[in-house]
Write a protein that binds this ligand. Structure first.
Ligand code: GDP
Length: 417
């Protein structure tokens, strides 16, 4: 069998519903922890007179990372018999929502963890809606702490029905709903005798059933320029190919400067020069003409350019304690580009519990709203429905991320040639 591609997952859910415990358990039961790690954490808990928690294992990994002992700074890895996984966010810290808003779109799939005793609370629903907003299509619902409800099938059915109804309403198809106990390991990696009535998969089987995400190579080319290097007489434009592919000899269009040039060479890091490059690769290219390209410009093929716009309608998730109001200005960050934007209009604010929309003059923390943004400089942008990777971004206030958004509409300026 060939090496299967690594799957990127995100684990979401209400605080205390067991996400960290689940991660500790998952790492342990898939033999993905360094030797002696669990023993060391058990010993540390004993010395401090605290009962052992699986979440401490994750905290310990996190602490090592903060000290820079491990190289990888944000990600937790494990593997099943099927394939390798990376959990692209560690919940439980204040940055979680922010990371989710700024990073979850690159997740292939998500686990939504719900406490069997408490059911889906407002935060569970908000996270589910965020997954929907960010285009994460494969979601498994995990009903955790089944040991606290005596592994009751009735309770599981009630919680399942409730969350299924909500997911249906927002247009997310839950792949599967799995009852587990993260603390005791029931149905995480090993099938549990405590859940004889459950005929579905274990959590790991549910993960392994996620489809690898469709290749992004076939989509229109988007190469946001990250840097321009001048090692000698050459100018090398560097960036990560978000979607599509390119090859030497292709004519590229650069937005929003509206210039074209041909690719003379492709320089892939750690490799000989290449003839082609595809989505996911970080590359450098040289061109046949000296045109003024800088960080933030977007290369595409001439026939499939991004929209160039001064006015965007976005669906926004607001993270800051200061509300967003009309007239305020922020920095809009889209791929590698930054633009000053002002809030032209708040169209409506969405109530996360019943999904009703209403007019409002401000957007408060943790609210979702449709908002019109205006930029004096021309923004190269895609609609999220066409190209999710370049159709979403964040708003900054100073250096702080204050909101995440997907672009739902963009008024194109007239084509100039
Ligand atoms: P998080 O905030 O979602 O990361 O939740 P934690 O993983 O920190 O768990 C919160 C509390 O729930 C901790 O005290 C855990 O020990 C407890 N917990 C987590 N999973 C289970 C479970 O399956 N059964 C029981 N009884 N407690 C659990």
């Amino acid at each position: 069998a060939s090496m299967r591609r690594q799957a990127r997952i995100v684990i979401v859910g209400h605080v205390d519903h067991g996400k960290s415990t689940l991660i500790g358990r998952l790492l342990n039961d898939t033999q993905s922890l360094p030797d002696g790690k669990v023993e060391a954490v058990r010993e540390m808990s004993r010395r401090r007179g605290m009962p052992f928690e699986w979440s401490f294992v994750m905290d310990a990994l996190q602490a090592e990372r903060d000290q820079g002992i491990t190289i990888d700074t944000t990600q937790i890895h494990f593997r099943t018999k099927q394939r390798p996984y990376v959990i692209i966010d560690a919940p439980g810290h204040t940055e979680f929502l922010k990371n989710m808003v700024t990073g979850a779109s690159s997740a292939d799939a998500a686990l939504l963890v719900i406490d069997a005793g408490e059911g889906a609370l407002e935060q569970s629903r908000r996270h589910a809606y965020l997954l929907h907003l960010l285009g994460v299509k494969q979601v498994a619902v995990i009903v955790n702490k089944m040991d606290m409800v005596e592994f009751s099938q009735d309770r599981f059915d009630d919680v399942s029905a409730e969350i299924r109804a909500y997911l249906n309403e927002i247009g997310v198809a839950p792949g599967v709903i799995v009852p587990i106990s993260a603390r005791h390991g029931d149905n995480v990696v090993t099938r549990s005798e405590n859940l004889p009535w459950f005929k579905g998969p274990t959590l790991v089987e549910a993960l392994d059933a996620f489809k690898p995400v469709a290749s992004e190579d076939e989509l229109p080319l988007r190469l946001p320029i990250q840097d321009v290097y001048k090692p000698d007489e050459r100018r090398i434009l560097a960036g990560r190919i978000e979607t599509g592919r390119l090859r030497v000899g292709d004519t590229l269009h650069f937005s929003p400067i509206n210039r074209t040039a041909k690719i003379v060479s492709i320089e892939a890091w750690n490799r000989e020069t290449a003839i082609t490059a595809t989505a996911g690769q970080s590359i450098g290219i040289t061109l046949d003409q000296r045109i003024f390209v800088e960080r933030g410009h977007v290369a595409s093929l001439v026939s499939q350019r991004p929209i160039e716009s001064h006015r965007l309608t976005v669906r926004l998730f607001w993270l800051a304690s200061n509300p967003l109001t009309a007239g305020k200005t922020y920095t809009l960050k889209l791929a590698t580009a930054e633009h000053r934007v002002s809030v032209e209009k708040i169209i409506e604010v969405l109530n996360i519990d019943d999904l009703t929309a209403g007019s409002a003059d401000k957007v408060s923390r943790n609210e979702i709203a449709d908002v019109v943004l205006h930029s004096r400089s021309l923004v190269a942008v895609d609609l999220a429905i066409d190209l999710p990777r370049t159709g979403r971004g964040v708003l900054l206030d100073g250096n702080d991320v204050v909101g995440g958004f997907v672009v739902t509409q963009a008024d194109a300026v007239d084509a100039r040639n």
